[in-house]
Design a protein around this ligand. Structure first.
Ligand code: SAM
Length: 250
């Protein structure tokens, strides 16, 4: 009998990621990011994306900016964006291996929620601080509790793509503020893989506090995909962040 395997997150999921995200309009997402940063950037900004996944967002942002470096911890996610003409670096966003600085650093689609402790978030914010030019912009979105509560109303979905049967179960632990997505993939050869994705759903205020500790501050915080002010009742919020003036010693 074939054994069920517990797998590292985003090791097998990239096989179906594009399919399960097929309803996400990355072009509109890229246009939104462009709209919130364009006024503050030069014509040829140096751009870095964190947790870029299969590079779908960068693909559309290339229409505005021809040179983008993308990074992600999962080599399989990056490989699934193989034909997208961006430079790809496989690395952890908490330990960024770059020597040059950037005018824009961005991170999309709840990826920061994968950092499940305050320390991890601060480590990542500090890396961003070091890599951002003095007038650079850092923008990211995060998922808030309302989003988790909505998703757990219909906690299961399943389907089949390219011979792979998959099931996704969504759970939210309100006490620990942990949102789990459990993915089970049954391959055409019968092998079964399970990936348990844990995301921390921090309170709204936490981000402001942690940005401050890393020498950064929020210029704006929008209800995502709008230009309205974000608050704790939003599903997703979009931060636009800059470095505080003066050198910060950690
Ligand atoms: C929900 S996906 C989003 C991918 C992409 N940004 C998008 O919009 O489709 C989350 C991504 O975060 C990446 N990720 C999770 N933890 C990470 C870390 N510590 N460093 C870098 N990437 C990470 C995963 O590999 C995955 O590609």
């Amino acid at each position: 009998m074939l054994q069920e395997k517990d797998n590292k997150i985003y090791s097998q999921l990239p096989l179906i990621y594009g399919y399960i995200m097929r309803k996400i309009d990355y072009r509109i997402w890229a246009e939104y990011i462009y709209s919130i940063v364009a006024d503050d950037l030069s014509k040829n900004p140096k751009i870095l994306e964190l947790a870029a996944g299969n590079c779908n967002l960068a693909k559309h942002l290339l229409e505005f900016y021809p040179k983008i470096i993308v990074s992600d911890i999962s080599v399989n996610m990056l490989k699934s964006g193989l034909n997208i003409p961006v430079s790809k670096v496989c690395c952890d966003m908490m330990y960024l291996p770059f020597k040059r600085k950037f005018d824009l650093i961005f991170c999309a689609f709840d990826s920061i929620n994968y950092l499940t402790s305050r320390k991890k978030i601060i480590d990542m914010f500090r890396e961003v601080y070091y890599l951002l030019n003095e007038n650079g912009i850092f923008t990211f979105d995060v998922s808030l509790e309302k989003n988790s509560l909505i998703h757990t109303k219909q906690p299961e979905r399943s389907g089949k793509y390219k011979g792979i049967h998959f099931k996704q179960i969504s759970e939210y632990d309100k006490l620990k503020r942990i949102h789990k997505n459990i993915f089970k993939l049954k391959m055409a050869n019968g092998e079964i893989y399970t990936e348990i994705h844990k995301q921390k759903i921090y309170p709204f205020e936490t981000y402001f506090e942690l940005l401050e500790l890393a020498g950064l501050y929020a210029v704006e915080c929008f209800d995502a995909f709008t230009y309205d002010e974000g608050n704790q009742n939003c599903e997703r919020i979009q931060f636009i962040v800059r470095k505080k003036n003066g050198n910060v010693v950690f």
